[in-house]
Design a protein around this ligand. Structure first.
Ligand code: G
Ligand code: G
Ligand code: MN
Ligand code: NA
Length: 251
């Protein structure tokens, strides 16, 4: 079978799963969100990372169906956690470029929220800098549509793309996710990390550090008033049942 055929089969036969990586408020230490990360549980190969199949899914257009499934499943799971009595959190979903540029994206998101019953403020869509860089008028229209719907939008891998800073003040975006390369080489990038944190706050945005792996990185971020953290220091991405256990521990 070609990988494309296998991907279609995977979607049809329910071989995709979402794992969730917790995001913590740095001051309170509470889990305030989770990022949904796609996993392909292949019957023969075991877990396959999205890094290896998302590019092909993008090329073939299959990413649109996969992306709809991811968004639906993430919203459904988040609503289920709320129904189970856990404190409401935000679920973050990664959008691919093709998905973000669908002319009916806002309607699709609205329909998924409607079907799952998740409140819009409990969904965050992650886009990258390069997605926000093409045809400015269309992007603004999409972002305003999402804002009017009430969902959050964050810029993923911030600092690594080809971006112009002018869009940041013009686009309705809620949060910057500082890319893990800046956190992991943090001594070398200290000035950059500080600047991103301060810039986020000046623009009335929240800021989260990705790829936090050490106590030392966390205490630096705390000192600099970074809002949230995500990374192996606290937790890797986990299957949903593991999250239930973590939520239970903090209540
Ligand atoms: O979790 P992991 O490190 O394997 O993710 C690898 C890459 O795949 C990351 O860049 C991540 O943003 C991307 N990715 C994970 N899940 C999804 C998804 O549901 N949709 C899209 N478009 N990308 C995803
Ligand atoms: O591109 P995006 O930020 O969506 O992808 C997140 C990816 O980063 C996931 O594949 C996840 O497994 C990975 N990741 C999450 N936390 C850490 C970390 O602390 N260290 C490293 N090296 N990778 C991480
Ligand atoms: Mn992401
Ligand atoms: Na990222």
């Amino acid at each position: 079978l070609t990988m494309e055929t296998e991907l279609r089969k995977a979607l049809k036969e329910g071989q995709f799963e979402l794992h969730y990586q917790p995001q913590k408020n740095i001051v309170t230490g509470k889990i305030v969100g989770v990022e949904a990360l796609l996993r392909w549980n292949h019957p023969k190969e075991g877990f396959i990372s999205p890094g290896t199949f998302i590019p092909l899914a993008e090329k073939t257009g299959l990413i649109l169906e996969i992306g709809d499934w991811v968004m639906y499943e993430a919203c459904r799971q988040n609503k289920q956690w709320q129904d189970e009595g856990f404190d409401p959190i935000i679920v973050g979903v990664n959008l691919s470029a093709k998905q973000f540029h669908q002319s009916d994206l806002v309607e699709r998101v609205a329909s998924i929220l409607n079907k799952t019953g998740l409140h819009p403020t409990h969904l965050e869509l992650e886009i990258t800098e390069s997605m926000a860089m093409s045809n400015e008028e269309d992007i603004i229209q999409t972002l305003e549509g999402l804002r009017d719907l009430g969902v959050y939008v964050s810029i993923d891998d911030f600092g690594t793309g080809y971006s112009s800073l002018k869009y940041l003040s013009r686009f309705p975006v809620n949060k910057l996710k500082i890319d893990k390369v800046f956190i992991q080489n943090r001594k070398q990038n200290e000035a950059i990390v500080k600047s991103i944190i301060h810039m986020s706050h000046s623009l009335d945005m929240k800021v989260i550090a990705e790829g936090v792996e050490t106590e030392e990185q966390l205490s630096f971020l705390k000192n600099e008033r970074c809002d949230e953290m995500q990374g192996f220091f606290y937790s890797k991405p986990l299957p949903p049942t593991h999250l239930n256990e973590m939520f239970q521990k903090q209540t």
